[in-house]
Write a protein that binds this ligand. Structure first.
Ligand code: ATP
Ligand code: MG
Ligand code: MG
Ligand code: MG
Length: 483
């Protein structure tokens, strides 16, 4: 009998509730008042002020599942999505926190207990990592964590890691600290018998994956890059639900779990094509769509409409990327993504009801966006083909063409780069930037071009949009609505 994702999520929360944690709701995935971050990229974001000592928490121990998005800034996984089987744009981060309360001893003990006793992951498939220290930053090796792990894990499976993997930072500035991670070796018993598992940790092996990060928050990274100690020590952990579910359901890919199969099956029905879990572009397209629709839905539901600039453009870029995948690799010529919105809304109604509550509106926004891009997508692709034909033996596409594609056909630069990459080519960014700057100078002289397209929709479809603004008001984002 296989546990469902819902049961797995609940078991995590129940485990930490039993250890004195208060279960709190996910913060919105969209951040409107943090100049250092556009979207929530980790569970700890909503608690930043507790770490910094700016605010006092109501509870010293909390746990939750947090909607996260990693498509911009320090944590950007967009290029991996759909290509590998365990990086998503939007994912749920399960987390437990101690604000100045328990520290490494309890955090390490409990994470081990949960994984091996509650979830019953075989101990010999687990590896843990510990910060090795960093001379440049004057940071010592985390002996304390190492010795705590030694109680549970043979030393051959406790690995030392560098600043990149074992010193967690939210962004360029903000709370940070050494961390200890847990990785699972999901290869077959025969492969594991080779004994090389340790070498595959943090090496992008598709079956040896990181699932849980225990961060020991002790520092604040300042603008001048220096570290200052925080007023108190805290625990901040994050475990990717999709990866945990994949391990516990015995799958080789996050997409084979019940978190994604609903939208994948629906995409099969809509396209008449079959998902086979391979590396073909067709199957990558299935995965990209199943991933991107989640990011699109949950950000719109939390108050971020697609737009031509800033955070809204991040969402539009994801959406257009998904459209191009079904257009080119699933041979679909009409809007498809919006049909997946109700499937996702129903699936998550008991966890994130905000999507179900706005399902018609979100569906309409997605439909309009798809329709809009489908008008120019085909021509834009022809424009790229023509440019490629002219390249001859050269391998770099002039940035002016990438700019034309963006300006005339609505191709975000990263989409043009992706298409170029598929052909073994690249785009010259410098000439793109010059063309973009020239246009900005021109439009600054005329009128501001970067207006939000959805204000127009508001006038035409007042009733629908009023519903959305009221919902935004209910979720305390009132002052940011663009109406
Ligand atoms: P990775 O090395 O695999 O990119 P990470 O070290 O960047 O992961 P953390 O910042 O430590 O990830 O986040 C905590 C946990 O969140 C990870 O251990 C993983 O389970 C999960 N996670 C991180 N990024 C993603 C993602 N893009 N999609 C799904 N889960 C993720
Ligand atoms: Mg990462
Ligand atoms: Mg990592
Ligand atoms: Mg990590």
């Amino acid at each position: 009998t296989c546990m469902t994702a819902s049961e797995i999520r609940q078991q995590f929360l129940d485990f930490f509730a039993a250890k004195g944690h208060i279960i709190v709701p996910s913060a919105p995935i969209v951040l409107k008042n943090d100049p250092t971050l556009k979207f929530t990229n980790a569970g700890m974001n909503q608690f930043k002020d507790y770490f910094l000592g700016n605010k006092k928490p109501d509870h010293a121990r909390v746990a939750d599942t947090q909607k996260c998005l990693r498509v911009s800034g320090k944590h950007n996984d967009l290029e991996e999505v759909g290509i590998d089987t365990y990086h998503h744009t939007m994912f749920e981060m399960l987390g437990n926190w101690s604000f100045g309360d328990y520290f490494k001893k309890e955090a390490i003990e409990w994470s081990w207990q949960l994984l091996t006793e509650v979830y019953k992951i075989p101990k010999d498939q687990l590896y843990v990592t510990v910060f090795e220290g960093d001379a440049k930053e004057n940071l010592a090796k985390d002996e304390e964590a190492y010795n705590l792990w030694k109680q549970f894990v043979p030393e051959s499976r406790i690995l030392l890691g560098n600043k990149k993997d074992n010193f967690w930072e939210m962004g360029d500035t903000g709370p940070c600290g050494p961390c200890s991670e847990i990785h699972v070796d999901c290869r077959t018993p025969a492969e594991r018998a080779g004994g090389d598992g340790a070498k595959l940790v943090n090496a992008d092996h598709p079956q040896v994956i990181e699932i849980w990060n225990n961060v020991f928050m002790q520092y604040n990274r300042l603008k001048d890059k220096s570290l200052e100690p925080l007023p108190a020590k805290h625990v901040d952990t994050g475990m990717g639900l999709e990866r945990l579910v994949r391990v516990l359901q015995g799958k080789q890919s996050n997409y084979d779990t019940d978190l994604f199969m609903g939208t994948i099956h629906e995409t099969e029905k809509l396209t008449g094509k079959t998902y086979e879990g391979s590396d073909t572009r067709k199957d990558v397209a299935f995965r990209v769509i199943a991933d991107h629709i989640r990011a699109i839905c949950f950000t719109i539901a939390d108050g971020q409409l697609p737009a031509s600039n800033e955070a809204g453009y991040v969402i539009r870029r994801i959406l257009r990327r998904a459209v191009r995948y079904y257009f080119s690799f699933l041979d679909i010529r009409k809007p498809l993504l919006h049909e997946l919105v109700p499937v996702l809304a129903a699936q998550f109604a008991h966890v994130f009801p905000e999507l179900q509550q706005q399902v018609d509106f979100v569906k309409k926004v997605v439909y309009e966006e798809e329709n809009n891009f489908l008008r120019t997508l085909g021509q834009g692709l022809e424009r790229i083909e023509a440019a490629v034909a002219e390249l001859g033996a050269a391998t770099v596409i002039n940035g002016k063409i990438a700019f034309e594609l963006s300006d005339t056909y609505g191709f975000p630069l990263d989409l043009t780069e992706l298409i170029a990459q598929e052909k073994g080519l690249s785009v010259d960014k410098a000439s793109f930037d010059i063309a973009l700057k020239e246009q900005k100078d021109r439009s600054r002289a005329a009128t501001a071009l970067d207006t939000d397209d959805w204000t127009v929709l508001d006038e035409n479809a007042a009733v629908k949009f009023v519903g959305y603004t009221q919902l935004i008001a209910n979720t305390h984002l009132t002052k940011y609505r663009k109406i």
